[in-house]
Structures are given as structure tokens and as C-alpha cells.
Design a protein around this ligand. Structure first.
Ligand code: ATP
Ligand code: LTN
Length: 334
């Protein structure tokens, strides 16, 4: 704990076009969490280069993601939002932690297996060590809580293992982080295959609502959303398409599930799809407008980027110094 608040850390990659799943499942909750915790939200650009990136595109997307954090409502005075590459302690601690992580542990990581199958021509050491950099992200800020999706739980476990190993050798150094599990229903499913998660790497663009989709595209994608032939609006696992539409509607309007089901009782799927589409447009249109406005405010955004990188570096360097002392690196002469 750095002050009287618990510390919360999360990060997002600027690769691909963010989806409604990323917004409703992560970003939107991050905003609320920053009322109760000292939050660090990073644009993890160093993780992005584990897969080959076009430099101009990465630079543009990373900045757009930073702007999106602000547009979504994260207060840059309250939460620390910064680019991972601006705080060199991440790379420095990652190297040290590499020396306390076993090949066998990394070999078990399912994301590494998936991604190396997908990028067979570029199975690099960074991709292999991805979870160690993620552990460094988390441990640098003495993080108590990490909101992540289920797919990142294995990485969080390894982070805890590394931290405990280090603490066992050198005495208490790192806070052992816990996963922060958001409320149920935070998983938004594909509009084309409601048994699959909505994902920015889905090759079918109709499966996902992208945060920058225009209103007509949003409406059209919902019209085409896969449902079922039951002709009955109910919230149950046997009707995953309808369940997903109701989840999206509730998340966008703040309606409770039971109330939503009641409101759509006896109505057709077409009507439901239209209402869900409108509820999403009502959320995304203002968000897009705020992004466009903020993009024009170059000096304001630059100021936030600079001030927050300094804030993050201040906290991170405290932990890094502690680690240096513990492992026996010579003191710096000041
Ligand atoms: P990829 O398709 O490249 O795996 P992704 O869309 O699954 O990407 P991530 O970058 O892995 O997104 O995740 C960023 C954050 O968004 C994570 O916290 C994750 O839990 C959340 N998230 C991603 N997709 C969804 C979804 N469909 N529903 C809820 N939350 C999601
Ligand atoms: N690997 C995560 C992004 C990420 C992260 C982190 C999340 C990088 N470092 C630290 C939580 C804490 C992802 O791809 N979703």
C-alpha cells in the first residue's frame, strides 16, 4: 500500500481495434475502481512488440488508447495512466525477475503456446518472457489487486509465484497481488457465435462491435446478430445469443437483468436487437465524440502523459531501489 488506499494495477495493449467487450468488461469498470483504489493503468506498449508491429501504427494506436482511457472517464489526476515504455523500471525489473523464473514455468503458459502457433515465423524470447514483464508491471507498484479477465489468470498466478519466491529468499519485498474479479456478466460474447468471447482479433468484423464503429454499422451488426429459433426472450444459458444481447443492453443502460427481461416480455427478437443497438449507440457515440475532441487538445494530452509518467516512475523507482539493495547491486553514488 503506497498511501491509505489499496493499489490496483491493470494494463491494455494498443494492438487491434478495441471492442465493446474491452470497454464493458474492462475500461468501464476501471473508471469506477479509481474512486476506491490508487489505480495505475498502463498502455502496455512493451508487451505489444512481442508480435511484430508497424511503428507508425503502434505509435498512433498507443496514443489513441491513452486518449480513450481519459474519454472513458478515468481522471488523470486521480489514477496514474501512462505508457509502459516511458517508465524504464519495467524493463529493469523484468530482467531481474527473468533470473528468478524457470523455463519450465514459462513453458506451461497457454498464451505462449497459442501465440507461438499463430506467429510461427516469429517465436521470440520476448513472447516467451511476456508473463515476466507482466509480473514486473504489477510488482513495481506494490499492487494489491489486479482486475484481469480469466485468460490472464495464469499470468497472475505466475506473478504471485515469482513474488513469493523472491520474498522467501530476500525477505518481504513485494506485495503479493490478488486477482480482482469483476461482477458476473462482464464477459461479452461474439455477435456471430455467442459461445465465443467477443475479441478484437476475430477475423469476422460482424462478430465484434468496435469502439469506433459508426452508429449505422452498430445497428446493422446487431440486426445480423445470431440468436436462436425459440422466439422467446429469456435470460438463460440455452439461449446464449439472447442472453448476450440482454447482457449488453443491461451494461449499457444500467438496467437490472430481471427488469430487462420483463420489459421485453412478449416482444420479438427484431425489437430487442434494435433496442440493444440503440443502447450501444447511446454509449459509444458520446465516447467517440470525446475522443475526437481530446485528440485535438495536443498540449493537454502531452501534459498528462508527461506528469503521469513521472508519477509512475516515482513509485516504480522506490520498489526497484529496494530490489537492487536486496540482491546486492552496489549503491549508486549520488
Ligand atoms: P485478443 O483478441 O487480442 O485476445 P481481446 O479483445 O481478448 O484481445 P485483451 O487485450 O486480451 O482483449 O483484453 C483487454 C481487457 O479487456 C482484459 O481486461 C479483458 O479481460 C477485457 N476483455 C476483452 N474481451 C472481453 C469480452 N469479450 N468481455 C469482457 N471483457 C473483455
Ligand atoms: N497481458 C494483459 C495486459 C497486461 C496486464 C499487465 C494486465 C500487461 N501487463 C498487468 C494486468 C496487469 C492482456 O493482454 N490483457
Amino acid at each position: 500500500m503506497l498511501d491509505d488506499r489499496k493499489v490496483l494495477f491493470s494494463g491494455m495493449q494498443a494492438t487491434g481495434n478495441l471492442t465493446l467487450g474491452n470497454y464493458l468488461g474492462a475500461l468501464k469498470n476501471w473508471v469506477k475502481l479509481s474512486d476506491d483504489y490508487l489505480c495505475f493503468y498502463s498502455v502496455v506498449d512493451m508487451h505489444s512488440i512481442t508480435v511484430r508491429q508497424d511503428p507508425a501504427t503502434l505509435r498512433k494506436r498507443a496514443r489513441a488508447l491513452m486518449i480513450l482511457y481519459i474519454a472513458a472517464g478515468i481522471d488523470p489526476e486521480k489514477a496514474v495512466i501512462y505508457f509502459q515504455s516511458h517508465v524504464s523500471a519495467h524493463a529493469e525489473l523484468a530482467w531481474i525477475l527473468d533470473c528468478y523464473t524457470y523455463m519450465g514455468e514459462m513453458n506451461r503458459m497457454t498464451q505462449f503456446k497459442d501465440k507461438s502457433a499463430k506467429h510461427a515465423d516469429n517465436i521470440n524470447v520476448g513472447l516467451f518472457a511476456y508473463p515476466v514483464l507482466m509480473a514486473a508491471d504489477i510488482l513495481l507498484y506494490q499492487t494489491d489487486l489486479v482486475p484481469v479477465g480469466i485468460d490472464q489468470m495464469q499470468h497472475l498466478e505466475i506473478c504471485r509465484d515469482i513474488a513469493m519466491r523472491f520474498n522467501n529468499i530476500y525477505g518481504p519485498t513485494f506485495t503479493i497481488p490478488e486477482a480482482y474479479i469483476g461482477k458476473v456478466g462482464a464477459k461479452i460474447m461474439s455477435l456471430q457465435d455467442p459461445l465465443k468471447k467477443m475479441s478484437k482479433s476475430d477475423e469476422n468484423p460482424n462478430a465484434s462491435i468496435y469502439l469506433m464503429d459508426d452508429p449505422d454499422t452498430i445497428r446493422r451488426k446487431f440486426k445480423r446478430a445470431v440468436t436462436d429459433s425459440e422466439a422467446c426472450i429469456a435470460y438463460r444459458d440455452e439461449q446464449p445469443g439472447i442472453k448476450n444481447l440482454l447482457d449488453i443492453y443491461c451494461a449499457c443502460t444500467g438496467t437490472g437483468t430481471a427488469d430487462a427481461v420483463k420489459a421485453f416480455e412478449g416482444r420479438g427478437y427484431g425489437e430487442l436487437k434494435e433496442a440493444v443497438g440503440e443502447s450501444v449507440v447511446a454509449v459509444l457515440e458520446p465516447l467517440q465524440k470525446r475522443c475526437a475532441e481530446l485528440t485535438k487538445e495536443k498540449d493537454y494530452i502531452d501534459g498528462i502523459i508527461k506528469a503521469n509518467a513521472e508519477k509512475a516512475a516515482y513509485f516504480a523507482s522506490k520498489t526497484l531501489r529496494k530490489v537492487h539493495r536486496k540482491i546486492g547491486f552496489p549503491d549508486r553514488i549520488r
